[in-house]
Design a protein around this ligand. Sequence first.
Ligand code: PGA
Ligand code: MG
Length: 233
Amino acid sequence: MTRLEQLFDGTLPRLVMFDLDGTLMDSVPDLAAAVDKMLMLLGRKPAGIERVRDWVGNGSRVLVRRALAGGLQHEGVANELADEALALFMQAYSGGHALTAVYPGVRDCLDWLRERDIKLAIITNKPAQFIEPLLEEKGLAGYFQWLIGGDTLPQQKPDPAALFYVMDKADVAPADALFIGDSRNDVRAAKAAGVPCVALSYGYNHGEPIVNEAPALVLDDLRELVASVPGLR
Ligand SMILES: O=C(O)COP(=O)(O)O
Ligand SMILES: [Mg+2]
């Protein structure tokens, strides 16, 4: 039996919803490059990949505000400056995603799920305009029936609204759905929706181990979800 079947009492979910950044793709190198370009254009020092990694997860607006604040707490940043910075960031990030890579095991897992007619969706806090071009560029287009960005609905993860929206469209109950993500925003959104959550250890969780959020399962590679494990029952 696979770990996926074990999670669903020997059966399979009917819908799997995926986070994008830090789950399907290592997108931080390009996000950091765009953040640093924005900071440079505003006459500031670059932040660098390691700091940007801890700031990703709540969408581009918050990412830009954290970069301006130089830390996770960004309440003091003036809205006018943040708007200007966001426009610069969006322009820089639209320029390309050459440094972004699909994580090992992702394609195998998606193929396995698709072969079993399991419905697939992406729910990311990333602005929606970036999702399709990124999937196309990295060869992952065509797997997903629903693509929900951070600006598709009024709410973002950790709010469960996008999960309820997709489950409604797919006509699937929370008990027959799975969420797969890398950050506390994912685990908390899934818990609020009553959906089990599998978390990846390799992603971005604001510098904290994701096991602290107590997801149903933590994996190092998505292949571990769908590989048969002898003796598992
Ligand atoms: O762009 C972000 O801030 C995070 O995106 P994610 O929800 O796909 O991890
Ligand atoms: Mg993520």
